[in-house]
Design a protein around this ligand. Structure first.
Ligand code: HEM
Length: 395
């Protein structure tokens, strides 16, 4: 956390615990009373540390380290009564938490240790107090507030450090997963290309037919590899969409031309006349619909029906892509649009994640319903373009 934000947070917490300037005065006034207790408290603290395996294991430097830590703790204790609870003070308190995470000290030990310190200091005040009982209780209250604030900052530091670590681990895991997926997806087509090239270079007297077959295979697999790279770059740097009115029927026909469904699939296209144009980025929406059509085709390897329809219920245009394919299991359905989540033997698991990311950037929404064995329906909603903008229509 940057120092300015940290100090703001500290001041907010001060208000929360009801800290008032006179609390600082009371604690500075109590400093001479507590001085005789500090060294004893420090010794007691480290005697306890040496008793428990959870705390002992972080002391890797033996007595020399304990002696240094005793000095550090003594300084930390005296600072409690210095009266200067400024940004530097708060930064040093934060550092206790982050240093403890670095050395692998479980947070519970810090909490329990602080409770021990609190008990020792309160006892010190009670034993050595000379003034009125009311003043003494006010001083103890001020001390408790200060220790609560210290603990809150130490806890914040622990949490910030833990979540930064978690993010790093997750990022590394994602990179690993992604690299594994890409390697797998590229290795297959490259192996096919390699085998065909080997054949073309070494076959003694290949027929023209065989040569053509291998060349087609190379072409198909280069396209596959190219597809993997295209989806990765689509995912990595999808530009800000250029929202313009789009004629849905034209867009759908283009998508189907680029992604033919094949003869085994019966295609039904229902796009009524008078449908208002949608407001979106046509290049990006072409990617979305292309992914949905390809998924539908892959879900019906034995053939089936693909029904694509468009409606305009209210202020948006809704596209529905329904297939009669294998469907999606319930558990997969919840995660199907997450990046790198794939139910297919092949595929990076980016197609639907890209589709969702694009639709959301185009201010729309995408949802899916599915029944295993019966098929899936994907619905994409995009805002309808305001009337009177038809002249700018694309494509
Ligand atoms: C409320 C309780 C505690 C307080 C106030 C406290 C305070 C501190 C402070 C001020 C530092 C130095 C931070 C820096 O590098 O700037 C530190 C470091 C450390 N603390 Fe604590 N500590 C507490 C509990 C514990 C406990 C229970 C252990 C158990 C062994 C522990 C072990 C350590 C160790 C090993 C270091 C690293 C020291 C080094 O650099 O050698 N602390 N602590």
């Amino acid at each position: 956390m940057n120092p300015g934000t940290l100090f703001d947070r500290y001041r907010e917490l001060q208000l929360y615990v009801g800290w008032v300037p006179s609390d600082a005065d009371r604690l500075t006034a109590a400093a001479p009373l507590l001085e005789p207790y500090i060294d004893r408290l420090v010794d007691d603290f480290y005697a306890e540390v040496e008793h428990h395996s959870g705390t002992r294991k972080v002391i890797t430097g033996g007595h020399a380290q304990i002696n240094r830590l005793k000095l550090t703790l003594g300084k930390w204790l005296r600072e409690l009564f210095s009266g200067a609870y400024d940004a530097k003070y708060v930064e040093r308190r934060w550092r206790v938490g982050s240093r403890h995470v670095e050395i692998g000290l479980d947070q519970v030990f810090t909490n329990v240790a602080l409770s021990r310190i609190r008990g020792g200091l309160v006892r010190g005040i009670q034993e050595s107090w000379q003034g009125s009982e009311e003043e003494r209780n006010e001083t103890i209250r001020a001390l408790n507030k200060l220790l609560d604030l210290d603990l809150a900052i130490i806890e914040d530091a622990y949490q910030a450090e833990y979540s930064a670590r978690l993010q790093r681990t997750e990022r590394l895991a994602t990179i690993g997963q992604c690299a594994g997926g890409i390697a797998h997806e590229l290795r297959n087509p490259l192996n096919v290309v390699k085998t065909s090239v080997y054949y073309l270079l070494n076959a003694r007297s290949p027929t023209e037919e065989k040569k053509a077959e291998h060349l087609r295979r190379i072409e198909r697999n280069v396209e596959l590899a190219d597809g993997v790279i295209t989806s990765l770059s689509n995912f990595a740097r999808m530009p800000v969409p250029e929202l313009r009115p789009i004629r849905i029927e034209v867009l759908l026909r283009e998508v189907l031309e680029l992604n033919p469904v094949g003869e085994a699939i019966e295609l039904e296209l229902d796009c009524p006349d008078g449908l208002p144009p949608a407001l979106g980025d046509s290049d990006q929406l072409r990617i979305v619909l292309g992914n949905l059509v390809r998924n539908a085709r892959e879900a019906m390897p034995e053939g089936g029906r693909l029904a694509i329809s468009a409606r305009a219920p209210g202020e948006y245009v809704e596209l529905s892509v329904a297939d009669t394919g294998t469907g999606i299991a319930h558990d997969d359905l919840i995660r199907i649009m997450e990046p790198l989540y794939s139910t297919k033997a092949r595929g990076l698991g980016l197609g639907l994640a890209i589709a969702r990311s694009i639709v959301e950037k185009n201010h729309g929404m995408i949802e899916v319903a599915s029944e295993p064995g019966r098929g899936s329906v994907f619905k994409v909603r995009i805002l309808a373009a305001p009337t009177g903008t038809e002249e700018d229509e694309v494509p």
